[in-house]
Design a protein around this ligand. Sequence first.
Ligand SMILES: C[S@@+](CC[C@H](N)C(=O)[O-])C[C@H]1O[C@@H](n2cnc3c(N)ncnc32)[C@H](O)[C@@H]1O
Length: 230
Amino acid sequence: MSERLKTIIKMFDKCNSAADIGTDHAYIPEMLIKNNLCKKVVATDVNEGPYRIAKNYVESTGLEESIEVRLGNGLQPVALEEVDTIVIAGMGGILITKILDEKITEFDEIKTLILQPMNAADKVRKYLHEKGFCIVDEEIAKEDYHYYELIKARKSSKACIYDKELFYETGRTLFEKKHPLLKKFVENKMRINSEIIHNMDKANISNKKKEDLKSRNEEYREVLKSYGIE
Ligand SMILES: C[S@@+](CC[C@H](N)C(=O)[O-])C[C@H]1O[C@@H](n2cnc3c(N)ncnc32)[C@H](O)[C@@H]1O
């Protein structure tokens, strides 16, 4: 099982019923049931191909009683009352926010979201805060050279907002819990920023983007230090 999938499963609390949106192979539902984390999982996919693959796979594992595979776009095939946890993993961050937006007014403080955007995680964090959710936990999973970001969130009566833009780029919870992969994750971001700065220097380019990248790297050094991550 991949580190990414293992980490998604690790983020689950015990649940009565979960929905896995964009299930593809239905590995996440299988693990949730086999690990006794959820009693029931609704697995959905918008595309006929993955829907069939998921259906056949569930049948091959003999878990049809616990995993129901449905065809449809985003949250449409699921009534939110029937689930307490929703996982949306392996899709772009913007697509994840679009899927959530279809039923955003129907969420309550009991439902848990587990999101694993493949990109634009900053946009997902911002969207959640704008819509009255708090980020209650975050994880990083590393596979080969790639880092995956996982976000767990719940609707909240108190407003959640980050005072630093940096925490939308790299989740504040990761600093608070001194995540073991955080230092390398941040160093990787800083290295990419430094490479861009270096290339701009070589091309004699001076603009706001270059200054912003320099400031961001400086800010990362300060924030790591302030959380005692050195
Ligand atoms: C890369 S797979 C990820 C599979 C699995 N969630 C995982 O994390 O391993 C993305 C899946 O999302 C499905 N998908 C894309 N857009 C969707 C949407 N709007 N609603 C439901 N499923 C969608 C695709 O058909 C595909 O099977």
